[in-house]
Design a protein around this ligand. Structure first.
Ligand code: CA
Length: 253
């Protein structure tokens, strides 16, 4: 049974959410403010499978909660509840480390769908299937070098461990959030092929609405910091003007 922490100060909304999540077979808990949520999530990091995090909270807000969680090395999937019609909230949420968002007020069915999609992606990522794409060849080449499966991807002296959500460069280990890992995996699978921002939003986040595609850019900036020697002059994670991005495992230059 998946366990979800609801961080919401409006009691009727929190109770309604808990009731409905329980009816859907989740174990649901409520934290009424950000400090309580941080306390619960950092003291028992494996206790919750996902967090529904409201932005507007008494004391520290949802952005600060997400930022603090990631800083503390807590990478639980976070679905953030943002104010309606505020794309800047969405961008701030992603920058703070949220994995997905939902504008308030929301339809319960949509929240349930997003939550289950987030959890499905978590399970999917942790139990990787074999793909037949071009990058499959890269994974196979990796396999010949002694890495038998798709959980590890080696390139340019770096190792991406998708099951542990880590990038290892020399003796440095970077912990990835769920969606950072999903995004990276999607780009790696399309090695040397252009991927549009819109298709990333659809295939990585399951977002079909008119989302501000700049939301992706925050993630790209972070991924570059992890994998590029000079993040301002990327060689692996290339911007394709007017299109989106392209991952290149082995740059020719
Ligand atoms: Ca609130």
């Amino acid at each position: 049974m998946s366990s979800v922490l609801i961080v919401e100060d409006e009691e009727h909304l929190a109770d309604g959410l808990r009731f409905n999540l329980e009816a859907e077979g989740y174990e649901a808990h409520v934290a009424g403010d950000g400090e309580t949520a941080l306390d619960l999530l950092t003291k028992q990091p494996a206790r919750y499978d996902a967090v529904v995090l409201d932005v507007m909270l008494p004391g520290i807000d949802g952005f600060a909660v997400a930022t603090e969680l990631r800083k503390a090395g807590q990478f639980v999937p976070v679905l953030m509840l943002t104010a309606m019609g505020r794309p800047e909230d969405v961008l701030r949420g992603f920058a703070a480390g949220a994995d997905d968002y939902l504008p308030k007020p929301f339809e319960l069915a949509i929240l349930l769908a997003r939550l289950s999609s987030l959890l499905r992606r978590k399970h999917w990522l942790l139990s990787l299937q074999t793909g037949g794409s071009k990058a499959g060849g890269l994974f196979e080449k990796n396999a010949r070098n002694g890495f038998p499966d798709e959980e590890l991807f080696l390139f340019d002296g770096k190792t991406i461990d998708f099951s542990a959500l880590q990038i290892r460069v020399a003796d440095r280990v970077v912990q990835l959030t769920l969606m950072e890992a999903n995004l990276l995996r999607h780009l790696v699978k399309h090695n040397e092929r252009n991927v549009s921002r819109k298709s990333l939003l659809e295939e990585v986040w399951d977002l079909h609405e008119d989302t501000d595609t700049r939301a992706i850019d925050n993630f790209i900036v972070r991924l570059r910091r992890y994998i590029e020697t000079e993040p301002s002059r990327p060689r692996h994670l290339i911007t394709v003007r007017g299109v989106g991005y392209r991952f290149v495992a082995e740059p020719k230059d």
